[in-house]
Design a protein around this ligand. Structure first.
Ligand code: HEC
Length: 315
């Protein structure tokens, strides 16, 4: 009996010594490019699945509407595409050095369309420990998390609106995910600029011809081509000298008392490099009926995902 106990103690000692040497001498894989530890993948997966199966809420993916999915697409575009890619667009290079590598969720290999939507919801909300997958419980609302999870569950058969949102170029890197705090509902009241909501603008543009404003997109050309307000004229980007020259050329075609609505929508108000210079320039030229379109977050969220009409390309 004594010998048996001794044997057990020695056995444990050897295992601990082995583990100590393995970890203490830098033999364990700690770089993301190292190959996995013996059984690392097995234990990590097993623990994850056991936990998720216990906690994941259940919801039927067919109960999500096309508008939910379009909203999910805007959230994805902003918070996830940086790591997980966009349909039909080349992979981003930055996440290539991550271990585990983020699955490309719109490729046939990476899709999670076989997972129940509640499982994906759990992963997006809580994140996946010891991987680069962040938990979004603090930065996205519950509804946002459901919408983006439903989008991924339907990645192989996207409705057109959602697919269109995903065609917009890649947003900021996900650092902006953490500033996804409640968006301001009005623009800061600089220069007493008059402001118009997307809804009111759509109504005005389909109203009597004489009362329709001229809409100028004063942001970046890729954004304009990716999607813009039908009829809007490209006159940007006002953050550059060339862009301002472009704006002056477009402005020269208009009468000074024409009502003009300007918008950019590349990013949240407080970060937009284009709206202020465009506004100031048009003021200087002498336009008085200047209105700024209210896009507190960006064009993808506040216009496209809301289902307002969108034109693409150069016209
Ligand atoms: C900084 C990079 C990064 C960002 C941003 C990110 N993820 Fe991930 N995500 C990962 C990595 C890495 C994994 C792989 C984790 C693993 O295999 O253990 C992952 C895994 C996942 C999985 C599980 C895939 C599977 O095969 O089970 C889902 C679903 C997912 N992410 C959704 C999202 C959504 C939705 C967002 C945005 C709200 C998001 N991710 C943002 C890096 C990221």
């Amino acid at each position: 009996m004594k010998q048996f106990i001794f044997g057990i103690i020695v056995g444990f000692a050897i295992v601990f010594a082995g583990a100590y040497v393995y970890f203490g001498y830098g033999l364990a894989p700690v770089a993301t490019s190292d190959s996995p530890m013996p059984m690392e993948r097995y234990f990590a997966r097993k623990a994850l699945h056991a936990r998720i199966d216990r906690q994941a809420p259940k919801r039927d993916v067919s109960t999500f509407t096309a508008a939910d999915l379009a909203a999910g697409a805007a959230i994805y575009q902003k918070n996830c595409a940086f790591c997980h890619g966009l349909p039909g667009q080349p992979e981003n290079t930055a996440p290539k050095g991550m271990f585990p590598y983020p699955p490309q969720l719109f490729t046939s290999d990476g899709m999670v369309t076989d997972d129940p939507v509640g499982i994906t919801y759990w992963k997006v909300k809580n994140g996946i420990r010891l991987s680069g997958m962040p938990g979004f419980h603090a930065t996205l609302t519950d509804q946002d998390i459901w919408d983006v999870s439903a989008l991924l569950a339907r990645a192989d058969k996207l409705p057109p609106d959602a697919a269109n949102v995903l065609k917009l170029p890649l947003g900021d890197p996900p650092a902006s995910a953490t500033t996804n705090a409640p968006a301001p509902t009005t623009a800061p009241d600089w220069n007493n600029a008059r402001q118009i909501s997307p809804e009111a603008l759509v109504a005005k543009l389909s109203g009597p011809k004489a009362e329709r404003p001229v809409v100028l997109q004063i942001g970046f050309r890729v954004l304009y081509e990716g999607g813009h307000i039908p009829g809007a004229v490209y006159a940007g980007p006002a953050s550059t000298q060339n862009g301002l020259a472009n704006l002056r050329a477009e402005a020269a075609k208009l009468s000074k008392n024409q009502e003009i609505v300007i918008y950019c929508g590349c990013c949240p108000w407080e970060k937009c490099p284009n709206v202020h210079p465009a506004y100031d320039e048009l003021r200087k030229i002498g336009f008085t009926r200047l209105v700024v379109l209210l896009l507190p977050r960006d064009f993808a969220h506040d216009w496209v995902a809301e289902g307002y009409p969108v034109a693409r390309g150069n016209k």
